[in-house]
Design a protein around this ligand. Sequence first.
Ligand SMILES: CN(C)c1ccccc1CNc1ccc(C(N)=O)cn1
Length: 249
Amino acid sequence: MRIDVLTLFPEMFVGVFGASILGKARDKGIVSLNTVNFRDFANNKHNTVDDMPYGGGGGMVLKAEPIFGAAEHVVAEHSASGTSDKPPRIILMCPQGEPLTQRKAQELSAESHLIFVCGHYEGYDERIREFLVTDELSIGDYVLTGGELPAMVVIDTVVRLLPGVLGNEQSAVTDSFSDGLLEYPHYTRPAEFRGWKVPDALLSGHHAEIEKWRRRQSLQRTLERRPELLEVAELTAEERRWLEENKIK
Ligand SMILES: CN(C)c1ccccc1CNc1ccc(C(N)=O)cn1
């Protein structure tokens, strides 16, 4: 997978793209992570990337031309590499975007080329949304100074799903939100720490009993913290009955 980030602050990505899981995925050639400073594509007289809003009002708006120029540059570069098959998803990070979910991350992890548009100021010229962008995403209902941190979050959750990125000890398949429920509690040695014991079920060695305990814990935790997730989770009839009993308590 190729990922390009269009940003005015490429230096923000050096640490994130170089460290840990993303750094290893890059070294393994599983993903290529690039930043493009769209100021390099502001080919107007004053090299400006933003301008005052038509209709007046405060703040500045990101011009369309530099962002279109940067996006077209990376698309041309990728298609010249001969490895591109589908056209890229061009993702605008903004508070008005579609909420990011694990399902959306899974959908994006199947793509071959992702381009992220990270803006600042008051926002973007609408023609970027209307004629360039394929997706608008938000990482939550809050306002940040720019789209860079949201882009890092999306890239992190997408790249970890790519085959070969996580060793099998951290398999992405069973983590929470994948089966629609919150994760069960985890324990490791020692079996007793300051008098606090690991639940007997986990020490039993009975795989079936352990799976049952874990599933029950996920259900209980989801019921307590995120009951709305239970509406869409895939549950057995027996689990639905158990929930009905426990909802009333
Ligand atoms: C400068 N602002 C307010 C702005 C205005 C319009 C678009 C983008 C931005 C950049 N800021 C963002 C971006 C994304 C998110 C999110 N929740 O994903 C939060 N803030």
